[in-house]
Write a protein that binds this ligand. Structure first.
Ligand code: NAD
Ligand code: UDP
Length: 313
């Protein structure tokens, strides 16, 4: 049997490690590349003895060469506290990482998928967000290193496709949560669950009236692999997210209910440029990929809470 060879950058991160599991399960040979900035060995330690799994410590801002059939480019810190820690490095990771991985894809004739983000829509003035919305991004704000880095990466992908016939796929991922988020990740779902399990105050930023639409990680992995396997002519970008929208306050209340926590909700200042609302329009993903999320918030939170109970006890 000839195994498909797949390179996953950011493979030791939250989403990447689930993708490693999925592709190994399908019989692929998986090369997991990571610099361990926000990724953890713990996420992939169960794979280290797998005969078709290879772990490579490398930074995507430097060129990298390997033979592969497909590349999933996920390397990039995703949580605001981590991507703002070194804004220049975040932009380098998105932009130089895209250039290095696209150059590799071109040279080895691999198909390449970019993990883009709903952040390309910024603080959106259109609701819900469809792929033809150009977004509302502050180019010099706190979030711009991430937003503009990801927007530039999309530009690079589209132009490598047009100029060099590289087979590209772009997905715009909306807020995703699940097991293997780092307890100190800083994103809202893991923060609230960890705080609730420790009976600490739940930190709602602002009044908690801003909204997000939360997707469970298994649905993301399904959407990602469907996109990679879709017809070459369909390059995207395509939204991959769960359209069920909640206020952050509703999320806090739900987490308290499901954990049976004694935590109190407290308010902290709303970070600059924090988007007020976010909801994916997934009409395109339904049509082109026959994909829709299957796991709703309560079920996904239960699974995630079960994971964190093990990790932080
Ligand atoms: P994560 O922080 O858990 O994973 C990112 C991984 O990339 C980590 O393992 C990290 O060590 C690695 N990495 C960072 N910089 C690197 C570099 N320069 N070289 C090599 N590796 C590097 O985040 P995640 O949630 O798993 O996100 C994965 C991808 O999906 C990211 O590109 C992110 O922007 C995108 N995304 C995620 C979400 C979400 O809600 N989870 C939403 C939109 C987009
Ligand atoms: N948030 C919050 N408390 C936290 C962490 C985040 O209220 O402890 C809010 C944050 O201000 C934002 C939303 O939750 O409005 C989602 O934040 P996250 O960092 O998870 O993702 P993003 O803002 O990038 O969508």
């Amino acid at each position: 049997m000839t195994r498909k060879k797949v390179l996953i950058t950011g493979g030791a991160g939250f989403a990447g490690s689930h993708l490693c599991d999925r592709l190994l399960g399908e019989g692929c040979e998986v090369y997991c590349l990571d610099n361990f900035f926000t990724g953890q060995k713990q996420n992939i330690v169960h794979l280290l003895n797998h005969p078709y799994f290879e772990l490579i410590r490398h930074d995507v801002t430097a060129p990298f060469f390997i033979e592969a059939d497909e590349i999933y480019n996920l390397a990039c810190p995703a949580s605001p506290i981590h991507y703002q820690y070194n804004a220049i490095k975040t932009m380098k990771t998105s932009v130089m990482g895209a250039i290095n991985m696209l150059g590799l894809a071109k040279r080895i004739k691999a198909k390449i998928l970019q993990a883009s983000t709903s952040e390309v829509y910024g603080d959106p003035l259109v609701h819900p967000q469809a792929e033809n919305y150009w977004g509302h991004v502050n180019p010099i704000g706190e979030r711009s290193c991430y937003d503009e880095g990801k927007r530039s990466a999309e530009t690079l992908f589209v132009n490598y496709h047009k100029q060099n016939n590289v087979k590209i796929k772009i997905i715009r991922i909306f807020n995703t949560y699940g097991p293997r988020m780092h307890p100190n990740d800083g994103r809202v779902v893991s923060n609230f669950i960890v705080q609730a399990l420790q009976n600490k105050d739940i930190t709602v930023y602002g009044e908690g009236q801003q909204t997000r639409s939360f997707q469970y990680v298994d649905d993301l992995v399904e959407g990602m692999t469907r996109m990679m396997n879709s017809a070459d002519a369909f390059t995207g970008p395509v939204n991959i997210g769960n359209p069920n929208e909640f206020t952050i306050l509703e999320l806090a209340e739900q987490v308290i209910k499901l954990t049976g926590s004694k935590s109190k909700i407290i308010n902290k200042p709303l970070p600059a440029d924090d988007p007020m609302m976010r909801q994916p329009d997934i009409t395109l993903a339904k049509k082109e990929l026959n994909w829709a999320p299957k796991i709703e918030l309560e079920e996904g939170l239960e699974k995630t809470i079960a994971y964190f109970r093990e990790v932080i006890r």
